[in-house]
Each structure stands twice: as C-alpha cells, then as structure tokens.
Ligand binder design. Structure first.
Ligand code: GDG
Length: 471
C-alpha cells in the first residue's frame, strides 16, 4: 500500500470484528467516523487503532475506502494500558476526581509501551510531509513520539474529555511526561476554552514555557523554539442525519408508540448516558425521587426513562456505580409505582440509533446532569432531533455543551434543590417558551456540526505548519 497523506490515530479502529459478516468486519457507527469520513476519502487516509479484542493479529487492510492499520494489544495491555491507566487513572483524574484515580506504575509502563506502538504504526503509515491526527486521552504521548520518529509530519491532537485544573492535574506522578507528550503536536484541541486554559497553566507551572493567547513556545532543545497552538474546538454531531431520522414516518410512529406503551403520561423525562459516574445519574435519580416523595410530581403524570448503556464493565468503580443506581431505581419504583404506572423505566441496554431518535422525539424533557463532561453529544442529538421545535433540554453547567447551548435550562447538578426546581420548571414550561428556546438551540447545532468541527481543526493545523513570520 502506498503511504497515506492523512493518518488518524485513535484507540479504536472505526470497525468491529464480526466473524459473521463476509469481510469479518462491521463499521462501528460513531461521531468520529462520520466526521472524518469525507476527509479520509479525499485525502487517501489511513486509520491506526485497536480492533477491540485482545491478541488479534491482523495485517493492515482496506475497508469501505479507508486503509485500516490494526494495533494489537495483549490481554495484559488491555488491563493495564486501557482499563487501568486510561479508564481508572486518566478518566477519573480528568473528570475532577469524581471517583478516586488510582496511580499504578505498572499501568503507566504499559501506557508508554502501547503509546509507542501506536506512534510507530502511525509513522510507518504516513507519507512524506503527511498530516497525523491523534485522538484522545488514551494516546497523550503519541504526538511527541511521532515527532521524534518523523519530524517531517504535521501533528494534531484532539482531547475529547476535560483537562483539569492544575491543582488536580498536579497529582499525576507522570505529569511532566504527559505534557511533553501533548506538546509534540502542532495543534492541541480541547472542547472548552477553560480546558485549553487549564492546559496552558499546567505547561507554565511544570515547564515555565511562555504562553501567549493560544500559542505556547516549546524549546527544540537546540536553542530555537517552535510554536504549538492549544485552543478550543467544540466537537459536534452529524446534525443533518439526526434531522433526517427525526423526519422519518416510521420513527415518528415509533415515538408515538413509545408514549402509548408508557401509558400516555403527560410528560416523559429522558436520560441517555453510558453508565458512567461522570454523568450524574445518581443526582438525577435523587432529585426525581424527591419530587415524587414531595408530591410535586406524580407517577400518574410523569415517567422517567433512563437508558444507561453498558460501559467499562470490568472496572471496579463502574460495577459499584451500577449496583448503586440499580438499588436506587428499585427503591424509587418500589415506593412509588402503582399497578398502572411506573416511576422509572430503567434500561441497561444499548439501542440502535433509530430507537434513540424515537426516544428523543418522545421525550418532553431531556435531562443531561453530568458532573463533568467534555462536551456531551446526547444534548446536541436531542436538540437536532426536535424538528418540531418542542421539548426542553435541562443541561449541566459542567458539560462542555453548556458553552454553546445557553438557551437550555442550565443548572448545577450538585445543587439537588436547584435541580428539582429546574425539572419542575421544564415539566411546566409553556409551548411558546419551549419553541423559543429550542429554535435558538437548533440554530446553534445546525451551524456547528461535526463536519465544521473537523474542518476548523484541520485548517488550524494546516495554518500552524506555515512558516512563522519573523521566526
Ligand atoms: C466522550 C466524552 C464527548 C449512548 N447510548 C447509546 C448510544 N449512545 C451514544 C449517544 C452519543 C454517544 O453514545 C455518547 O456521547 P457523549 O458525548 O454523550 O459521551 P461519551 O461517550 O462520554 O463521549 C464526551 C465525546 O467523547 C465526544 O468528544 O462529548 O464529553 O466523554 O452519541 O447517542 N447510541 C446508541 N445506542 C445507545 O444505547 N445507538
């Protein structure tokens, strides 16, 4: 295969292993895949990533127009690099230590080894002068490793989760290595302006490098410096595809059927999250349970549908969270259900996208109560799906989406009293106000869709590589 002009490096390949299909692979639907598809096709692209199963040794292959380069992980590496360092150290640390991060030297060693393997695969796949775009916190060392192997390349990095305040980041025993790893990129993208600010502060505190606006001066080691850009590029969704789904007759009929099956409640409240402690599912249940106990809401009128899709089921904190949530749901339903009405319809399952859009269309109130979230695409998907300009989005200030979606009902999920009042306000909101707010939210999500996100990032990257005036 000829070398690629554009290389994406992500923890996961955009395909899942599927022994039942002809090719042995099935495209995994995801925002990133959709966002990058046009660029990949145009630019003769390659995608470096893990196929999702341990010990799978597969040679690079072409799949639906993309050159895929599988990186193999052993059983131990899945445990140490992925479930350990990525999901039990970086994930909780970067989400404001909502759960306690664990610092294990063996996990870190595995993280370094695996990051090097990804960097080598990327360096091998890239043509002379190509662009490499590294994705997310599992691969923070890859930018600098690629730079050392291939100084001719243009390197971008996008961080999908929050970057924490220095007071928290400073806990990381390997904070110097991580910052150095990221600074290997020409452009480092974050979800929020605040994340980029936290990163720049960490760079100043750890290395004392000069930062000015979005620029960071990084020494080359020979007395010269180069400029790295660290700034916000808020990610989005493929808005048009949600609009199309929401306009389909079968999906509209399914939304009506869902309402019917739930006993035609006056109001349907909805939560859709990976079952993760960052998403504030417990806070949401607490507020809702209290509203039922107080008599401010009644199961005769409202129902909460909570889709909690299974996630990271081998990590201890996630097993515990699942137990707690299921205990709480059981208690609320046990106390409040009647023979005809259920307080909460809890679904620990994943659904096809069509069903998700039907749920969005059926939901009068969407509850996004994350305690910390890089962006939260569910909020944007709900808004995009409301082609009828109805429905109310309750949105946590701690989700990146709050920076753009100011016409939602913004709230602090830690303030249970405030959350309760906001839920009641959403349930009672007159149609005219719903329409006003929803139109303004929809405008935003139509303007900033995921294709625009990737264009903005890639044009900033192209510009960053132009020679500096006066340098
Ligand atoms: C990370 C950051 C950032 C969920 N359940 C089902 C299902 N989903 C889909 C949603 C949405 C996606 O998964 C979840 O995206 P989020 O953005 O809400 O959250 P994370 O998974 O934590 O994503 C986050 C994102 O990266 C992108 O940068 O926004 O802050 O944490 O698309 O719809 N989809 C289907 N069935 C389900 O049951 N089909």
């Amino acid at each position: 295969m000829s070398k690629a002009e554009f290389v994406v490096v992500a923890n996961r390949l955009p395909v899942d292993h599927d022994p039942d299909s002809d090719s042995g692979w099935r495209r995994s639907p995801g925002g990133l895949v959709t966002a990058l598809e046009p660029v990949m096709r145009k630019a003769d692209g390659a995608w470096v990533g893990w196929a999702g199963k341990p010990n799978l040794q597969v040679d690079p292959f072409d799949f639906e127009g993309t050159h895929l380069v599988p990186v193999s992980l052993s059983e131990d590496e899945v445990q140490n690099y992925y479930e350990g360092m990525s999901n039990d150290t970086f994930w909780p640390l970067y989400h404001d230590v909502i759960a306690a991060p664990r610092y294990r030297r063996a996990w870190w060693d595995s993280y370094v080894t695996v990051n090097r393997r990804f960097a080598e695969a990327a360096a091998e796949a890239a043509a002379e002068g190509a662009t490499v775009w590294v994705q997310d916190y599992q691969l923070q060392l890859v930018p600098q490793m690629v730079r050392e192997l291939r100084p001719d390349l243009t390197i971008g990095y996008f961080h999908h989760i929050p970057f924490p305040a220095y007071g928290l980041f400073a806990q990381l025993p390997w904070r110097r290595q991580v910052i150095q790893g990221l600074l290997g990129a020409d452009v480092i993208g974050f979800q929020r302006v605040a994340d980029a600010g936290n990163f720049a502060r960490a760079v100043r505190r750890v290395f004392h490098y000069e930062t000015k606006a979005t620029g960071i001066r990084v020494p080359n080691g020979d007395g010269t410096t180069r400029k790295t850009i660290a700034r916000a590029f808020p990610i989005s969704i493929d808005t048009e595809s949600y609009i199309e789904l929401a306009q389909r007759d079968d999906i509209k009929a399914r939304a009506a059927e869902i309402r019917e099956n739930l006993g035609n409640p006056k109001k349907i409240l909805l939560g859709v999250d990976r079952l993760d402690y960052t998403k504030g599912i417990r806070h949401r249940l607490k507020a809702y349970g209290e509203l039922l106990n107080d008599g401010r809401l009644s199961v005769e009128d409202v129902v909460l549908v909570q889709v909690a899709s299974p996630s990271r089921e081998r990590v201890e904190a996630y097993m515990q969270l699942r137990d707690e949530i299921e205990l709480t749901v059981g208690r609320i339903n046990g106390d409040r259900d009647t023979m005809d009405h259920s307080a909460i319809r809890y679904l620990h399952q994943a659904y096809p996208r069509e069903e998700m859009v039907a749920l969005y269309l059926a939901a009068d109130v969407m509850l996004v109560t994350a305690l910390r979230d890089g962006m939260n695409l569910v909020a944007k998907e709900y808004v995009a799906s409301r082609v009828d300009n109805r429905g109310v989005l309750v949105l946590s200030e701690f989700a990146g989406a709050a920076d753009e979606l100011g016409s939602a009902l913004l709230m602090n999920p830690h303030d249970i009293g405030g959350l309760k009042d906001t839920i009641v306000r959403a349930v009672d909101m007159p149609a005219a106000e719903q329409g006003r707010r929803m139109r303004s939210l929809r405008k935003r999500v139509r303007e900033n869709d995921v294709e625009r996100w990737s264009q903005l990032f890639l044009s900033a990257l192209a510009k960053a590589k132009e020679p500096e005036v006066g340098a």
